[in-house]
Design a protein around this ligand. Structure first.
Ligand code: BGC
Length: 659
C-alpha cells in the first residue's frame, strides 16, 4: 500500500479513536465499519491473553542473583509523574512501552498494565510517595497528565492492546480512614477530603481513560488490613462509587478494582480462617485480627466485589490482587496452625504474614515474592498481578534530598516505633532503602529468597509446566471426590500436582489423579489444580471444577447420583460446558435429573445428550433416554452451550436418580 494511503487510513482511525475517547467533537465520529475495527471489551481482559513484560524492570531483575527465575514476569508500568509520559534518557515513555507491547503481542490478545498515579496532594497520609502536584492542582492533573495519557492510549496503533489501568492507589482509601475527625486523620487528608480533588481527579481519570474502548479501569481498593473492618468497607465502596459517578465518569468506565497494590497482605492465611474460634473465643478477637472481618486478600477481594455490585457497579466487575510481594515464604513461614492454648497463640503461631501489624507498608522485612501472575485464578478474581515491581523501594529509610517531591516517612525507618495508623508498632522496614521507586537490590534478593510459592532451588530453568486441563471427577460419594486431569507437559518434568479445594491447598499428587475425602454430603465444592516441576516452577491454576457430593444415607440398593460441571471454553459472551453424571448408588440408574440455579444471566442456547428446561436462572436437565441407565460407579453426561454477560460463576448442581 502506498504510504500516503496508509497515512490516510491511520488518521481516519485516529479520528475514530479520539472521538470515542471524548477528545474530538462527536461530529467527527467515523463510520461504524471503522469503529468496529476497535477491539470490543471482553469481560476479563486477562483471559487468553499474554501480558507485557516491562523490559526495563526485567533487565534489573535479571541482573540480580536468582533474578532470572522471575525476570520474564509481567509487571506494571507506573506513570507516577507528568514526565513519565514522555520518558527521558534511560527511561521509556508511555509510547515506547506501548510500542514494545505491540511487538511482544505479535498479534495475540495482549494486556499492558499501567498505574495512573499523580493525583494532586498525593499520598496524603504518608510522606514517602508525595508527588509533584500540590493539593489544589487539579487543573494541571487533568490537562498535563490525564489528557495526554488518554490521547496516547486512543492512538489506533494501540487499539489491539487490552490496556489495564490501576487508578490512583491509596487516595480514596485515605479519605475513608485518615480524614474527617478520625483518630488517624492527617491535615493533608482533611484538605483533600474538603477540596474534593481526589474524588474529582479519580472521576476525571476514569471518564477520560474509560472512553478509550480498549481500556480497562480498575480502581484501587486498599487491602484487607486497611478497609476490612465493617466500619470502613461500605464507606469505601460508597466513596469509590461517588468517584466513579463524578467529573464525567459513569460506572461503565469501571471494569473492576485492585487490592493490595504495593502492599504485603497475604493472599491466603492457610492456618486459620475468620470463622475459627479457640476455647470459644473468635479469631476476630485476636490481637492480630483485631475485629477485622477478613484475614487475607482473597476473602477481602471477593467480598469487596459483591459489595461493589450491590452498590451499583456493573455485575461484571472483576478483582485484581497484587501478589508481587505477599508470598511470606522462607524459613520464617509457619508449617501449620499455632497451639490452641489461646486465640492469640493460635493466630500468632500460624500466621504467614510476619509483619508487626497489617498497617505496616514500607519495604517489609521477611516478605517474599507471591503468587506468579495468573489469569482467573479464583472466582471473581480477574487476575493475580504484579503491580508493584518487586525490587522497587517503597520509600527511603532516611532523609534523601530529591527533585521528585518525595518526603521522608518514618514508616520506612527500621528504628521507628510507629503511630496510630499502625497501632504504635515497629515499622518492620528494611534498613538502607533508597527513595520510593528506586531500585533496592537487597530487598529484591530477599523477596526472591522468601518467594512463596518458592522459586526453583537454584536451577536456571524458569519455564512453568502447562496448566492442567480436563479436570473432571471420576467418582463421587457422600464424603469423597476422586479427581483426574490430563497430565501437564514441562521441559524438565512435572514432579507434583497441587490440588486446591475452595482455593485452599488440600493435598498433592505425583500422577494426574487425586482423591479428596472427609467431605460433607450434598455439598458443593470447587476444585482447581496446578502443576509443579523439578525446578520449582508452578503452572497457573486449572479451570475450576464444581462437584456436589451425593446425599448421605444410601446403602441397600439405593439409587443416587452426583453431577460435576466443567467449562471447556469461555469467550466472554458465551461458553461451552460439560456435565458428568456419576452413579453414586449401589444399583443401576434408570433415569437421572440434574438441576441448578445460575447466579447470573446465563442462558443455555443448545444442549446435547439431555433434555433441557430453563426458566429464568433455574435449569433442569433430564437424561436423553439412551443415557439414563448408568451402572454403579460409572458416569454419563451431557454438554451445552450458553450465552451470558457479566460474571460466569459455576453453579452448584443437584442430581437425583431413579432405579
Ligand atoms: C513510588 C513511585 C514508583 C512506584 C513503583 C511508588 O512508591 O512513589 O515513584 O513508580 O512506587 O515502584
Amino acid at each position: 500500500m502506498p504510504s500516503h494511503l496508509l497515512r490516510g487510513l491511520r488518521s481516519a482511525l485516529a479520528v475514530t479513536a479520539l472521538a470515542a475517547a471524548g477528545l474530538a467533537p462527536a461530529a467527527a465520529a467515523a463510520p461504524a465499519a471503522q469503529a468496529a475495527q476497535l477491539a470490543a471489551r471482553v469481560d476479563n481482559p486477562y483471559t487468553g491473553a499474554g501480558v507485557y513484560v516491562n523490559p526495563e524492570w526485567s533487565a534489573r531483575a535479571a541482573a540480580e542473583p536468582g533474578g532470572s527465575a522471575v525476570a520474564d514476569q509481567p509487571t506494571a508500568v507506573w506513570l507516577d509523574r507528568i514526565a513519565a509520559i514522555q520518558g527521558g534518557p534511560g527511561a521509556m515513555g508511555l509510547r515506547a512501552h506501548l510500542d514494545a507491547a505491540v511487538t511482544q503481542a505479535a498479534g495475540r490478545p495482549f494486556v499492558v498494565q499501567l498505574v495512573i498515579y499523580d493525583l494532586p496532594g498525593r499520598d496524603c497520609a504518608a510522606l514517602a510517595s508525595n508527588g509533584e502536584l500540590g493539593p489544589t492542582e487539579l487543573p494541571r492533573y487533568k490537562a498535563e497528565f490525564i489528557d495526554p495519557i488518554a490521547a496516547i492510549l486512543a492512538d489506533p496503533a494501540y487499539a489491539g492492546l487490552r490496556i489495564v489501568n490501576t487508578i490512583e492507589i491509596d487516595s480514596l482509601p485515605n479519605l475513608v480512614t485518615n480524614a474527617g475527625g478520625t483518630a488517624t486523620a492527617t491535615p493533608q487528608c482533611d484538605t483533600m477530603k474538603a477540596n474534593g480533588n481526589y474524588v474529582n481527579g479519580v472521576g476525571y481519570a476514569l471518564g477520560r481513560l474509560g472512553a478509550v474502548p480498549n481500556v480497562y479501569n480498575y480502581i484501587d481498593a486498599g487491602h484487607h488490613g486497611w478497609l476490612g473492618w465493617d466500619s470502613n468497607l461500605d464507606p469505601a465502596v460508597q466513596l469509590l462509587h461517588q468517584a466513579a459517578t463524578s467529573a464525567g465518569s459513569t460506572v461503565a468506565d469501571v471494569q473492576g478494582f485492585v487490592v493490595n497494590t504495593a502492599n504485603y497482605s497475604a493472599l491466603r492465611e492457610p492456618n486459620f480462617t475468620i470463622d475459627d474460634s479457640v476455647n470459644g473465643t473468635s479469631v476476630r478477637q485476636s490481637k492480630w485480627v483485631d475485629w477485622n472481618r477478613y484475614v487475607d486478600e482473597l476473602g477481602y477481594a471477593q467480598a469487596f466485589r459483591q459489595r461493589a455490585v450491590a452498590a451499583g457497579f456493573d455485575a461484571g466487575v472483576g478483582m485484581l490482587i497484587d501478589t508481587s510481594r505477599n508470598g511470606w515464604g522462607g524459613a520464617g513461614r509457619p508449617a501449620g496452625p499455632g497451639p490452641r492454648t489461646s486465640v492469640d497463640s493460635y493466630v500468632e503461631g500460624g500466621r504467614i504474614d510476619r509483619r508487626f501489624q497489617t498497617g505496616n507498608w514500607c519495604n517489609q522485612s521477611g516478605a517474599g515474592l507471591g503468587e506468579r501472575p495468573a489469569a482467573s485464578p479464583q472466582p471473581g478474581i480477574d487476575a493475580y498481578v504484579w503491580v508493584k515491581p518487586p525490587g522497587e523501594s517503597d520509600g527511603a529509610s532516611s532523609r534523601i534530598a530529591n527533585d521528585e517531591g518525595k518526603g521522608f516517612d518514618r514508616m520506612c525507618d527500621p528504628t521507628y516505633t510507629g503511630n496510630a495508623r499502625n497501632g504504635n508498632q515497629m515499622s518492620g522496614a528494611l534498613p538502607n532503602s533508597p527513595l520510593a521507586g528506586h531500585w533496592f537490590s537487597a530487598q529484591f534478593q530477599e523477596l526472591v529468597r522468601n518467594a512463596y510459592p518458592p522459586l526453583g532451588g537454584g536451577s536456571a530453568d524458569s519455564t512453568a509446566p502447562s496448566v492442567p486441563a480436563g479436570l473432571r471427577s471420576t467418582a463421587v460419594t457422600a464424603s469423597g471426590v476422586s479427581l483426574a486431569w490430563t497430565a501437564s507437559t514441562d521441559n524438565v518434568g512435572v514432579t507434583a500436582y497441587d490440588v486446591y479445594r475452595g482455593g485452599v491447598l488440600v493435598g498433592s499428587a505425583s500422577t494426574p489423579a487425586y482423591s479428596d475425602s472427609g467431605l460433607s454430603a450434598a455439598t458443593a465444592y470447587s476444585y482447581t489444580v496446578r502443576a509443579r516441576d523439578a525446578a520449582g516452577n508452578a503452572s497457573a491454576l486449572s479451570a475450576a471444577l464444581a462437584v456436589t457430593t451425593s446425599a448421605g444415607g444410601g446403602g441397600g440398593g439405593s439409587a443416587g447420583c452426583s453431577a460435576s460441571y466443567a467449562v471447556s471454553s469461555d469467550w466472554g459472551a458465551g461458553f461451552n460446558a460439560n456435565v458428568t453424571v456419576t452413579n453414586t448408588g449401589t444399583t443401576a440408574t434408570k433415569s437421572w435429573r440434574v438441576t441448578w440455579s445460575w447466579s447470573g444471566n446465563q442462558q443455555v442456547t443448545n444442549l446435547w445428550n439431555g433434555g433441557l428446561s430453563q426458566s429464568g436462572q433455574a435449569v433442569a436437565v433430564v437424561d436423553a433416554g439412551y443415557n439414563g441407565a448408568i451402572a454403579p460407579g460409572a458416569s454419563a453426561g451431557f454438554g451445552f452451550g450458553a450465552s451470558y454477560s457479566g460474571a460466569n460463576a459455576a453453579p452448584a448442581l443437584t442430581c437425583t436418580a431413579t432405579s
